[in-house]
Design a protein around this ligand. Structure first.
Ligand SMILES: Cc1cc2nc3c(=O)[nH]c(=O)nc-3n(C[C@H](O)[C@H](O)[C@H](O)COP(=O)(O)OP(=O)(O)OC[C@H]3O[C@@H](n4cnc5c(N)ncnc54)[C@H](O)[C@@H]3O)c2cc1C
Length: 462
């Protein structure tokens, strides 16, 4: 697909749609929108626009579609697979100024928001209502970016990922048409499920300009525990046992010893350096949670748990969670000059022990440099971050090979190439292996909704 570059007349036209300070071709703005938080090669847009209204987005898309100019949406740029990198230049629509919380309807457990709202700000605003928006990817992600990547996080095991918490979207299509999808009912059997076609579409089918989100009540009681194990595989088996027993954890995080070591060094937590599970349960009463915790301890002990420490107080729990959220950044900061790949796969929960054993072994064999295994274990999600010094081409090849073999193992176990980071650039190479013939139908959907392929081109399809 050939694209046109931005001409002076295009710039003049776009400037006539948004006020001058919301259009930039300045070097630093182009650079800031040329890379996300992954190691994928930077690629600059030709202009950055900060829309404030859906009508502006609609006019820009309608124009760009006619002129065959690529348009890539931008949230906070925290993606880990190159998802918002404007590979073919064109216009980046940065949504950080379209960030109003339009309405909170406490009685319906819903909020209407613009795409640039940062989910943490939404939860801060909700703190006195007894409600919260559960998907929590940790980084300062926007709602638009979370919808586009179908982001999830520590609490997904109980409350679902972004797709489970979006009820309605307003979307601008590639030709500039604005459509409303979904409704405010908590369930529906009406029509094809277009809503979930757009969630996870990485800004390639349309641009989200408003969303109605599902909120949930803050739990009455929270109980948490840390369990340490002999081996990562034992910890994986305990995860399976806890899920199979129907204990419904609100968080079930696995951290391999190298992650605990890093957290201890950077956050001074003094944790035992062993394979560790951090678990949290939400429930109506203290007694109920004590019973659940007792069963969880029993199951962990059956899998060679060395130490089970329940009853973390709020401060301790917050420190642990904060450290877990910050782990990705800690890895980056520990060796800022290293190249790394953050592998993100998910498998059916019964295959989790086998998957982590394989991931650890693959990292060891690659022998490239530091490797960190962790993940949202409760939903079968594993992250393996493998890194090496810049310039070590040999090691880099081995890391890429490790990435391929971990992903193919996940697929062989009937899992997925990406549990939560999306496809972007990095996972496009696995789409055929994962989706087979249905990938052709994804391409047809793309062709139907974006016939000139102007939306976030160069992603998803190999
Ligand atoms: C330290 C760290 C930890 C992370 N942990 C997690 C985690 O636990 N779970 C998880 O899921 N992710 C995690 N991520 C990845 C990242 O935070 C998520 O993918 C997040 O959803 C990206 O949101 P963003 O606002 O930064 O979007 P961006 O990175 O800016 O964009 C993401 C995609 O959304 C598209 N997009 C943006 N806005 C719109 C819009 N309005 N309409 C249509 N498309 C749009 C972009 O084109 C792009 O394809 C982590 C990242 C970091 C750096």
């Amino acid at each position: 697909m050939g694209f046109d570059t931005l001409q002076d007349e295009d710039k003049r036209y776009i400037r006539s749609i948004v006020s001058p300070e919301r259009f930039s071709t300045g070097e630093s703005n182009l650079d800031l929108h040329s890379r996300d938080m992954s190691g994928h090669r930077a690629s600059r847009p030709e202009a950055v626009v900060w829309p404030k209204e859906s009508a502006e987005v609609s006019r820009i898309l309608g124009y760009a579609d006619q002129r065959r100019i690529p348009v890539t949406a931008w949230g906070a740029g925290t993606s880990l697979e190159g998802n918002p990198i404007p590979l073919h230049g064109g216009i980046v629509l940065d949504f950080t100024q379209m960030d109003s919380i339009l309405e909170i309807r406490q009685d319906d457990f819903q909020a209407d928001v613009e795409p640039g709202v940062i989910y943490k700000d939404l939860n801060h605003k909700l703190r006195h209502t007894g409600l919260f928006f559960p998907p929590d990817p940790g980084a300062g992600a926007t709602i638009g970016g979370m919808i586009a990547n179908n982001a999830s996080g520590i609490r997904t095991v109980r409350y679902g990922s972004t797709k489970d918490n979006v009820l309605r979207l307003v979307v601008v299509l590639a030709n500039g048409e604005i459509i409303e999808i979904g409704n405010r009912a908590s369930k529906t059997s009406s029509g094809f499920d277009l809503l979930h076609l757009f969630v996870g579409s990485e800004g390639m089918l349309g641009i989200v300009v408003e969303a109605t989100l599902r909120l949930v009540g803050l739990p009455a009681e929270i109980a948490s525990a840390v369990a340490t194990f002999q081996t990562v595989e034992d910890a994986g088996k305990a995860v399976f046992a806890i899920i199979r027993a129907g204990l419904d954890p609100a968080a079930l995080e696995l951290l391999a010893p190298e992650c605990i070591d890093l957290i201890n060094r950077q956050k001074n937590l003094g944790l035992h350096i062993s394979p560790t599970l951090f678990m949290e349960f939400h429930g109506p009463t203290r007694n109920h949670l004590m019973e659940v915790m007792g069963i969880a301890e029993g199951l962990c002990r059956e899998h060679a748990c060395r130490e089970f420490r329940p009853g973390l107080d709020r401060e301790e729990r917050d420190r642990l969670l904060e450290a877990r959220y910050a782990l990705g950044d800690m890895i980056r900061q520990d060796h800022p000059d290293h190249f790394r790949i953050a592998i993100d796969v998910a498998v059916p929960i019964s295959a989790y022990p086998e998957m982590i054993a394989f991931a650890g072994e693959t990292a060891r064999k690659a022998g490239a440099g530091a490797a960190y295994t962790f993940g949202h274990a409760g939903d079968g999600n594993i992250h393996l971050v493998v890194e090496t010094e810049r310039g070590n081409r040999d090691a880099w090849q081995r890391i890429k090979e490790a990435n391929r073999s971990v992903v193919h193992k996940a697929l062989a176990l009937k899992g997925t190439a990406t549990g939560e980071h999306g496809v972007g650039i990095g996972k496009a190479q696995f789409m055929e292996a994962e989706h087979g013939r249905s990938l052709e139908w994804m391409k047809k959907v793309k062709q139907l909704l974006d016939p000139h392929a102007i939306l976030n081109p160069g992603k998803m399809f190999p």
